[in-house]
Ligand binder design. Sequence first.
Ligand code: SF4
Length: 131
Amino acid sequence: MKRWLSKISGPASTERLGRVPFAENVPGDFYVEDGCCTSCGMPSTVAPELFSYAVDGHCYVSKQPSNVVEVRKMIDAFEVQDIGCIRYKGTNRVIQIKLIASGEGDQIDGLDHDLQALNDEVNADRWGQKK
Ligand code: SF4
């Protein structure tokens, strides 16, 4: 079970994509993008142990998920967040597929071509664009 969690840390294309993580995020693959906040407060409703808030209300990842339950809670936070500030820059394909299946694949930095194609198909299904 821990084999896939061991691959959580991986090369990030986040900087190459021009995305800047909020400075207070703890190191790791999940992050909140800097300056992207309406202070919705939603992450703490589903994953209070994984998020904290700066004095201006901007949330940040204060604990990276370290087990399957916490990964599920993090994905729940993706689903309830206001404007797509929470992102994943890791290369763990299990987590990437879970995010894609949850309709959150656009929140992943640097998807490989095969998973980008899967994400495109999921999005097309969601928006009724499938042929
Ligand atoms: S999820 Fe986004 S909008 Fe909501 S508090 Fe966090 S950074 Fe702000």
